[in-house]
Structures are given as structure tokens and as C-alpha cells.
Design a protein around this ligand. Structure first.
Ligand SMILES: Nc1ncnc2c1ncn2[C@@H]1O[C@H](COP(=O)(O)OP(=O)(O)OP(=O)(O)O)[C@@H](O)[C@H]1O
Ligand SMILES: [Mg+2]
Length: 396
């Protein structure tokens, strides 16, 4: 499912959102040539667009990290965090009304911190997350400012048009997609929302005979690629992603080392530095306080167990996608599984999923994509550039 809206570069103009299904319009099957030729979308306004350059942006608007890849060569990635100063003193100290990304982590004690996406969608949209109306509004504001910040990073000239494709979880509901469109429409002239694993596959030009798994923070998205546009039954979104690993690691460390003091951020940092599912991993040691005294503790087993916890549900979902496919092609799918997303950086993950598949499904082969962080954004950029004329004619 792909959804579009069109805003003619008028900030705060309160445009209605037009949702158009363009699945049939996207070219798949062959190498998507990255065309930057004259865009049919803008032909009706030829005069205007001869003056206005178009900057295409692919955006992976993730729960934990936002990445952009742009037609002007800009590539950026930053934590999906927005922070507002807690009071006038912190406002004066920080010298800004809002901070984003790494700055939020560094200055978090002076900030009200928002991570506006949860399980890949804006918190509070369609009742997503357990939040009040007030919180939902705050998260919507933070999400909008996050998108604006990402677009600012693209450094598009002020008078250019911004055409952006945004990756969302494979099974995000219509309301969730609508919320993303709402967040985007003030700063983007035209937007497509596509499924995250599809954009990863599209970016790698793997459009057939493959199963793509995008392991994010809030969700893991799986998508079966078979030479046509994936449909609902080709995609599965699991709630098991990096956040679940963090929950498990936190629980295990608390259980096995009850006196050690640590924060959630310390858990995440340790995971991102040492994550592994290798049975023969080197000892993993962190120095964390016990009664205020820095103390070395060994968290090797906790790390391996926490990281491994996502493998069974992923293989189970993968098997459902394989088993419900044409029996003649099941073997091909099973032996061409691609892993992308931040969570795919766990050491030994592709090998261990392969082993687990062999043990439980009788075979399989898994490999990691080349660019786990930018894969989704790269693919979204290619989709932006490949929009065919039929599609653009549908815009109001
Ligand atoms: N080296 C690493 N080892 C293990 N996990 C990692 C590593 N680096 C990042 N991660 C985890 O990857 C997750 C983020 O991945 P990614 O940036 O693809 O997610 P996202 O797109 O923000 O989330 P989602 O797709 O769920 O919206 C986080 O849980 C992060 O802690
Ligand atoms: Mg993601």
C-alpha cells in the first residue's frame, strides 16, 4: 500500500490530505532506473517548475533513528528524539526552543524528551500507544518537528520543491499513515508512504525471489518479494525489534546483578557496542556503579540471551510467509533472506538465523544487506525518483 498527498509548497495552508493507492503504478520487475528526468507531476505547472528545482528525499522515519538520502547527495541519520527545554533557565542555557537527535541525549536533563514514534508509528495515532489526548497532541507536534528537522538537513534550496518518500511499518494502519502525512505536509510538497521492507528491497534492486527482514527498534517488518508489488498478505509486522532486546537485557541484568546501577540508555549503549548471538562470543564486560563505585561486570550470557530472543519469532513469521507461498518457489524464498535495519547489526545474526532455520524449517540462507542504516532511505529515494507519469496524474 502506498499513499500520497500533495501540497503545493504553501506552509500551513491546511490542505486536505489526498490518499491515492498507486501500487499498480510503481514499476517493479526490472532494475529501477534512477531517473531524474522531467517529472510528470509537475508538467501541468511547467512554467513554475522550470524555475523550481525538485529535491527528492528518501526518508526512513524510524522509532529510534531517522535517516534521509537525498537527490542532492545529502545523507544523514540521527536519533528520532525531540527535546523541549524544561523551563526558562534551561531555555536560556540551551539557546533553542527545541533540540533534536544526539543533542537531546547529551542535554536530556534539561529537556522534556519526546520519542514521538512507537512501533514505527506516531504515538497516539489510531490509539497507538497508551497515551492521553494531550500526549498524543504533543507527540504529533514532536513528530512534525522531527520531520521538519530531517527536511532541513537535506539543505534543499528555499525555492525548491521537496518530494519525499517515507518508509512506514509494513502493516501500519490507514490512520497511522494519515498521521505521518499530517506530520509531513507542512514541509513536503509531495509525499509517498511505502512499507519499510519494500523500500529496503527496492533500494537493493531485489524485487523478486527474496524475503526481506527489516529489524528496527519498535518493529521487525518482513516482506516477500516476488516480482510484483507486495500486497498485504506478503507482509508481516512483528512487535519484536531492538526495544524488546533492550527490555530483555535490562531484565536479565537486573536479575543476575541486582546491586548494579544502570539506566536504559546504558543498556542501549552496551547493546549497540557489544550485541552478539555468537555462541563463542568474547567476554562482554561493562563498568557500571555498585553503590556508587565503578565495578566491572560480565554480561556476556545476558547479552547473548537478549539478542537471541528475537530469532524464534522472526523465523516463525518468516516460515508463515514461506509456507503460504507457491510451493514451487518456497525453496527459493527460504534461501534468499535479506536482513536490514539497525538490529541486523547484531554480530552473527545472519548465521544464527540460518542455523535456526535449518534446525526448524529444514533449510534456509540469510545474509545482511550492505547498508543496514541507510538501506531504507536509499530505497525510498529510488522510489521517489521512479514515480511514473500515471501516478502523478492522480494528484489533485
Ligand atoms: N550494533 C547494533 N547491534 C544491535 N542493535 C543495534 C545496533 N545498532 C543499532 N541497533 C538497534 O537497532 C534499532 C534501530 O534500528 P533502525 O534504526 O533500523 O530502527 P528504526 O527504523 O528507528 O525503528 P522502526 O523500524 O521500528 O521504526 C535500535 O533498537 C538500536 O538499538
Ligand atoms: Mg525502520
Amino acid at each position: 500500500m502506498v499513499t500520497t498527498t500533495d501540497k503545493k509548497n504553501v506552509p500551513n495552508d491546511g490542505d486536505g490530505v489526498t490518499a491515492v493507492d498507486v501500487e499498480a503504478a510503481l514499476p517493479v520487475g526490472n532494475a529501477p532506473a534512477a531517473s531524474t528526468t522531467s517529472n510528470p507531476a509537475v508538467q501541468p505547472q511547467e512554467t513554475k517548475d522550470q524555475e523550481q528545482a525538485i529535491v527528492y528525499i528518501g526518508m526512513d522515519l524510524g522509532t529510534s533513528r531517522t535517516a534521509i538520502a537525498c537527490s542532492n547527495g545529502v545523507r544523514e541519520s540521527f536519533p528520532s528524539l525531540v527535546g523541549y527545554p524544561k523551563d526558562v533557565v534551561s531555555r536560556k542555557l540551551l539557546g533553542a526552543d527545541a533540540l533534536f537527535g544526539k543533542d537531546v541525549i547529551a542535554k536530556r536533563l534539561s529537556l522534556n524528551v519526546y520519542r514521538p514514534l512507537e512501533a514505527g508509528v506516531i504515538k497516539g495515532s489510531n490509539g497507538a500507544g497508551d497515551v492521553s489526548n494531550d500526549e498524543a497532541a504533543q507527540n504529533m507536534k514532536a513528530a512534525r518537528e522531527l520531520v521538519m528537522h530531517a527536511i532541513r538537513m537535506a539543505k534543499a534550496p528555499a525555492d525548491s520543491l521537496v518530494y519525499c518518500t517515507i518508509g512506514a511499518p509494513a502493516e501500519a494502519s490507514i490512520n497511522n499513515r494519515h498521521a505521518i502525512l499530517e506530520a509531513a505536509k507542512e514541509v513536503i510538497d509531495s509525499v509517498i508512504i511505502c512499507s519499510e521492507p519494500f523500500s529496503v528491497a527496492y533500494g537493493m534492486n531485489v524485487l523478486t525471489d527474496a524475503l526481506v527482514i527489516d529489524i528496527g527498534a519498535g518493529t521487525t517488518d518482513l516482506c516477500r518479494m516476488h516480482g510484483t508489488m507486495p500486497e498485504a498478505e506478503d507482509q508481516v509486522t512483528l512487535d519484536h525489534g531492538g526495544d524488546v532486546i533492550d527490555d530483555n537485557l535490562e531484565r536479565l541484568v537486573k536479575k543476575n546483578h541486582p546491586d548494579v546501577q544502570f539506566s536504559r540508555q546504558m543498556i542501549v549503549d552496551a547493546k549497540e557496542k557489544f550485541s552478539t548471538v555468537r555462541p563463542t562470543a568474547e567476554p562482554i564486560k561493562v563498568t557500571w556503579p555498585v553503590n556508587g563505585k565503578p565495578t566491572e561486570i560480565d554480561i556476556t550470557e545476558e547479552m547473548k540471551e537478549a539478542c537471541f530472543s528475537i530469532i524464534p519469532p522472526i523465523v516463525d513469521a518468516l516460515n508463515k510467509l514461506v509456507a503460504s507461498f507457491d510451493p514451487e518457489f518456497q525453496e527459493v524464498l527460504r534461501s534468499n533472506v535479506l536482513l536490514g535495519g539497525g538490529g541486523s547489526q547484531i554480530r552473527g545474526l545472519a548465521e544464527e538465523i540460518t542455523n535456526y532455520m535449518k534446525e526448524h524449517l529444514g533449510g534456509g540462507h540469510v545474509r545482511q544487506v550492505e547498508e543496514p542504516i541507510f538501506g531504507g532511505a536509499n530505497g525510498a529515494l529510488m522510489i521517489s525518483k521512479d514515480m511514473p507519469p500515471e501516478y502523478w496524474e492522480q494528484l489533485g
